[in-house]
Ligand binder design. Sequence first.
Ligand SMILES: *[C@@H]1O[C@H](CO)[C@@H](O)[C@H](O)[C@H]1NC(C)=O
Ligand SMILES: *[C@@H]1O[C@H](CO)[C@@H](O)[C@H](O)[C@H]1NC(C)=O
Ligand SMILES: *[C@@H]1O[C@H](CO)[C@@H](O)[C@H](O)[C@H]1NC(C)=O
Length: 290
Amino acid sequence: MKYSLAFLSVILCLSIASAQAKCTYIEEYCGTSPSGVVVHWKWVNEAEGLIEWTFNNTGSSQASVILNRGATYNGVPLVPPYVFAAAYFPAYLYDGLAQYFYGKPVPLRNYQAEYDLPIGMLDVDGHYWTVFVFTLAPGQVFRMEEGGYIYEGSNIFPYCQNVDDITYEGSAVFTIQYHKNEQCHQFDSTQPCPPENFDVGSAYYSIKKGLVNSTNFWPSAGDNFTMNVCLEEGHGYKESSPSMMMRKANRATLTTDVDRLHMSNINRAVRSLVRPSKVSTGGKRVTRIL
Ligand SMILES: *[C@@H]1O[C@H](CO)[C@@H](O)[C@H](O)[C@H]1NC(C)=O
Ligand SMILES: *[C@@H]1O[C@H](CO)[C@@H](O)[C@H](O)[C@H]1NC(C)=O
Ligand SMILES: *[C@@H]1O[C@H](CO)[C@@H](O)[C@H](O)[C@H]1NC(C)=O
């Protein structure tokens, strides 16, 4: 039997098209910080709910940004936007994904040599929260995988509230209080967790007012981050100094449209699908869910 060349090329195109549909994923735009850090995401493995974030600093200076994102299910919001790392940071601290850093931020690849992603304290309207600090040199591209984009057997999709610049303000010792059950055991019941009350030295950052409300995803509700101002870097002990004021995070409040019980049920479902994910420039395998 003899096929015409045209027929063969149609078959070839169809098979390329279907191979592409299966094997390559389109990058979705997430957001751009005023400094020019562009963030996209794409599926790495839909069946496993695994995505990859790409941060690309298209600006001309080094920039530190946060990623404020939530998730949708069947086109409707499911997880309210919160800053990446606010939920489950105590688990990340002990599973090797994240580490607080003291001092001015440096581009990620330098931290990656130590296989730890930097987390830091972000001052949101006078309250501190723990967030991933993505610092990129001009032209630098950083990729990071995130698992857990599955709910009730279907994919959920990230949606981005914003990618925003944060500014280094100093370093200090903070006392952290968190709920071990919500912020660590529910992430992974087998891993060790930090004590529910611990001190850590960390850089702290500011962000333009109004860009982030709080970290309103339920595992982080109730976290308290208290700066020990006496040990603040670069500030002597001055009784009259406004920086002597103790700044303390209040309990996070869930926005009215989020039902806490509902969120907790979602998290249980999502948790059953925890899978390893990795920082591609580092090589350390990590686990995380939403
Ligand atoms: C990063 O952004 C630059 C400038 O827009 C572009 O040329 C480059 O292809 C981007 N890199 C990636 C990996 O997206
Ligand atoms: C955080 O502080 C509030 C107010 O003092 C307190 O009620 C709450 O229990 C603290 N959270 C933790 C995890 O200790
Ligand atoms: C902050 O909260 C308000 C009201 O709850 C909401 O309309 C707004 O979108 C939120 N902004 C961000 C950046 O989360």
